[in-house]
Design a binder for this molecule. Sequence first.
Ligand code: SF4
Ligand code: SF4
Length: 374
Amino acid sequence: MFFHVILTTECNSQCTYCYGEALEDADGEIPEIDVDYSLPSKINYDLEILEIFCGQDPNCILTFYGGEPLLCTDQIEQIMDRTAAKLFIMQTNGLLLDRLKARYLNRFHTILVSIDGERSLTDFYRGDGTFKKVINNLKLAKKNGFQGELIARMTVMESTDIYDQVRWLLRNDEFSFSSVHWQLNAGFWKADYARRGFEKWSTEDYNIGVRKLAEFWVDKMENEGVVLRLYPFLGIAESLLSGEKKTLLRCGGGWINYAIQTDGQIIPCPTMWGMKAHYVGHVTTANPLKLIKEFVKEPCIDCGELKFCGGRCLYANVMKRWSAEAYDQVCNTVRNLIDVVVNQMPRIDNLMNTGRISFRDFEYVRFNGCEIIP
Ligand code: SF4
Ligand code: SF4
């Protein structure tokens, strides 16, 4: 099982799609949802409880999460010292990565770092100076011996040219990533769809960029024998290559990848913090291997793409913050993504048959924080 350990609800950034949207969406609360807004700002249960909880699952994998988890480096170190997790993962904005001592940093299997592309775009979404600080910290992490997987985790919306920005992250003079994942800012807030140009951008720009990017991805396989770790493509291609007939939610939310709030309540996914109706137990008493499961409902259960898509996002499916018509634009991006990967499979199969690439090139730790379906 995978567990996001939410160390704090606080963050040291004020990104447009999170802090900015929260301000703009002030009237977007949904009265029928009972949300506990009084959660402690920092983890407030005894760490021994987490140790016992995790110890009941020999495959327990912990992902440090926030807010910004590196605001709690002491707790990260204490948990790593005492908890026998199989792997440690972290999702961070990278601004405080230099706070973590090398002997802890180097035990992480994977670190997902929020970065949206080149300097101007990252600073536009995340604030001036963000890019430089994050890149300097990543260089320092490498210098200090970090050899795990570093994943550039992009948040993508209308100012992003997906084709240009992903390729930039893969190859540039500042810090080139070998792994990239991206997630659409879509369906999380209530009032943003009306003031954004999501439909036009997604159909006229994003979907076309994703198609070009998939061609570039397979060109690399052909020309260099390299399978770039572009997670949305990698995850779908791996499913197709392994003959998987049906996938559940690919982020694992609600069935294999849960989150533990700062007060110890366990929820299906970190975004569902405080949503009391979805609490599945408390870390003091719950058995990590016997948690209640929650699955997506309509419209996903009637959708022909469900077996590949998995439902995209439990939070969006439960909350339905965008109208059905608006969310269908998101589903169009899912259909496009699946279609472009399926279309590239004859080329991939051919390269596998000639031994240019192998199935191992597509393997990854599932539920590592990459949702696969952006
Ligand atoms: S494409 Fe949309 S409706 Fe279909 S399963 Fe995915 S998220 Fe659900
Ligand atoms: S994709 Fe949705 S359900 Fe999954 S972790 Fe992200 S917010 Fe949660």
